[in-house]
Design a protein around this ligand. Structure first.
Ligand SMILES: Cc1ncc(COP(=O)(O)O)c(C=O)c1O
Length: 403
């Protein structure tokens, strides 16, 4: 007798990423140094969490051994409420804040609590694939709307409008965006919110990169433009505070909630299935957000990241047949490879070949819900020099693919 996995998992997109990651691990086990540009985790690239944060969390460990309330520690949830209030979203009820083991867990909880079979959720293409998978594994259907590379990767409002159906329940916005690095101006957000308003959609705004901004980019939190809509804002400490391994995230529900009593109750029920998020990470949220209020900047040094972004972007654009929109935030570049110059039919195979030959690990665009095999995602966390050398090697490898 065989034990097969649930057929619900067949719809998930994670297989590609996993087989490439397994190959990378095999190469490393065989003694090769692999340039891992596949995961947006600052820590392995020398961005250590702030010492003050570690020290203060360590002090709370002796009192963190018990379960916490399912939604999370009240003091940490209060810190989240103040964080959003300072960003123009006043009046969030602390009972509508949920702490989780990373934003990823809360994305899954939010979708489990929301979806019935064949319900649809509008998700950006390209995307951070946990969104697509969280919808699909819960019996829903992720319907992808196009982000437009020729308009700084902003969401195509007409495409969104065309994809709303009677089954659409929610729309996902990722801003600043993984993988494109786009930061949306208020008018783009307003265009999306008008559609949500017209069709009674829940707005899910993933803002985990809200503090990783370059040049003069300004992040506007979606909920501040939508006080009349039910808005779920996702955030956490993994990126700006450099502690992805702590698994510290939050979900703040804002807007009118009288007509969402059942959904909020469902969120609490699903969150209760894992009893609570890990307690030291909840303390980390309180400490990080309180430090922010007192003027201590514990976030990533944006200047260094900006230099890396600049140099990676310039190096990518210097490869013939490769073009890259300048990222305005987050930790990635998402260059386009001209398929008339490089006849790549399968970007997964291309990424695998690059890994085997050059020991460079990227993510194929199709693994991020992009429909064509003409993009890859590169993490811009290594030093500028390492990025330039690596991108040079990618250019050399691409030359072997030339028509
Ligand atoms: C857009 C986006 N949202 C959420 C996450 C998940 O973050 P967490 O570590 O809090 O689960 C990531 C991680 O890469 C991300 O890129």
């Amino acid at each position: 007798m065989k034990f097969a996995q649930s057929s619900r998992l067949f719809s998930l997109s994670r297989e590609t990423a996993r087989s490439i990651a397994e190959e990378a691990a095999r190469l490393e086990a065989a003694g090769h140094r692999v340039m891992r540009l596949d995961t947006g985790d600052p820590f392995p690239f020398g961005f250590e969490p702030p010492a003050e944060l570690i020290r203060d969390i360590a002090e709370t460990l002796t009192s963190s051994a018990g379960y916490t309330p399912t939604k999370g520690l009240l003091s940490a949830r209060e810190a989240v409420v103040r964080y959003h209030c300072a960003r123009g979203v006043p009046g969030i009820d602390v009972e509508h804040v949920f702490l989780g083991n990373g934003a990823s867990e809360l994305i899954t909880i939010a979708m489990t609590a929301l979806l019935d079979e064949r319900d649809e959720v509008l998700v950006p293409a390209p995307d951070f694939p946990v969104w697509t998978d969280a919808v699909n594994v819960n019996g829903g259907r992720a319907v992808h709307y196009r982000c437009d590379e020729s308009s700084d990767w902003y969401p195509d409002i007409a495409d969104i409008a065309a994809k709303v159906t009677a089954r659409t329940r929610a729309i996902v916005i990722i801003n600043p965006n993984n993988p494109t690095g786009a930061v949306y101006p208020p008018e783009v957000l307003t265009g999306i919110l008008d559609i949500a308003r017209e069709h009674n959609l829940i707005v899910c705004s993933d803002e985990i990169y809200d503090k990783i901004l370059f040049d003069d980019a300004v992040h506007v939190t979606t909920a501040s433009l939508a006080p009349d809509l039910l808005c779920l804002t996702f955030n956490g400490l993994s990126k700006a505070y450099r502690c992805a391994g702590f698994r510290a995230g939050w979900l703040a529900v804002s807007g009118p909630t009288d007509h969402a009593v059942s959904y909020l109750d469902g969120l609490t029920t699903v969150a209760g299935l894992r009893r609570c998020a890990n307690a030291p990470a909840q303390q980390a949220i309180r400490i990080a957000l309180e430090a922010d209020r007192s003027g201590h900047d514990l976030t990533l040094p944006a200047g260094l990241l900006q230099d890396q972004r600049d140099r990676a972007w310039a190096a990518l654009n210097s490869i013939p047949g490769v073009s890259c929109v300048k990222p305005r935030g987050a930790l990635y570049a998402f260059p386009k490879i001209d398929l008339n110059v490089y006849p790549i039919r399968d970007d997964e195979q291309f990424v695998l070949d690059l890994l085997l030959q050059e020991k460079i690990h990227l993510v194929p665009g199709t693994g991020l819900s992009w429909p064509e095999p003409d993009h890859v995602r590169i993490v811009t966390l290594p030093s500028a020099e390492e990025l330039e050398t690596t991108i040079d090697s990618i250019g050399g490898f691409l030359a072997t693919y030339r028509q």
